[in-house]
Design a protein around this ligand. Sequence first.
Ligand code: SIN
Length: 326
Amino acid sequence: MFCQTVVILGMGGTIAGRSARPSDNIGYTAAQVDIVELAAAIPSLSDQGPVITEQVAQMDSKDMDFSAWSRLAARVNHFLAQPDVHGIVITHGTDTLEETAYFLHKVCQPTKPVVLTCAMRPATALVPDGPQNLLDALTVARQPDARGVVAVCAGTIHSALDVQKVHTYKVDAFSSGDAGPLGYVEEGRVRLLRSWQFDQEPSWQTAMENVENRFTAIDWPRVEIIMNYAGVNGTVVNALVACGVQGLVVAATGNGTLHHALESALLNAQAAGVKVVRATRCPNGRVLPRPDDRLPDSNGLSPVKARVELMLQLMTSGSASAQQRH
Ligand code: SIN
């Protein structure tokens, strides 16, 4: 019997969804079933040790916002600081799970396991995937050597850095791309393929101080994502600069290439003080830097994670005060 506590924080999502008919896997409403009920539906949940549940939010993760992120990070840090808590499981919608995972990786920098899990089918489905995902997440959270933020879905463990939703419907909806998964959960056991990823020198106090009192969008640096595509021009970039945007992440083509019209607008934005970062719109691979790059690359982060990174950098550097421009 594992004596340390695992905390389950509920955020909503399809894992907490209800549909009118059990055979309906898409016409459901997300975020309906509370975390106590979800946990109670799995009789063996606490067989391996004590479990505490807490509802932090009840939302469809497409609507994720800075206030919910701030509250979640605060509760994660609260429980991580308890000596008798071994790890944390977070039930979350699949749609923005990768952004939340990266956000928590940056602001909490946990040396204990923080495991996000989810489902592609609602709790009321004929064959829901949520209960097994939740059990697997608990297995990871109880793993003695586990640490860092990970996502567990369909028996696969993904690191916060690499995880990406890649399928709209399949139960196995996530991938770690080129990096590959961290490991698998099989029949209540973890089979690790590579080592847990976490920051060696935790400095979450500093990162957390920057988000803990920022509950509204106005308090966060404004960073937008734009894309390179056939026929694009600089109109959107120019409009965003005029509105006072502080950062722009461009989902560039291939190895970070940009239409000349978009590139020219982005260079002007950068010259005007806007932070610009190039990620790639390709689902695999990363932008490989070259010495003559005029716009920095995202260091392997996808566009949505590069945006989180840039917002946190702007907060930490104090540039957020420049937001008063808009
Ligand atoms: C959500 O992201 O909250 C809804 C969709 C899902 O969880 O699969």
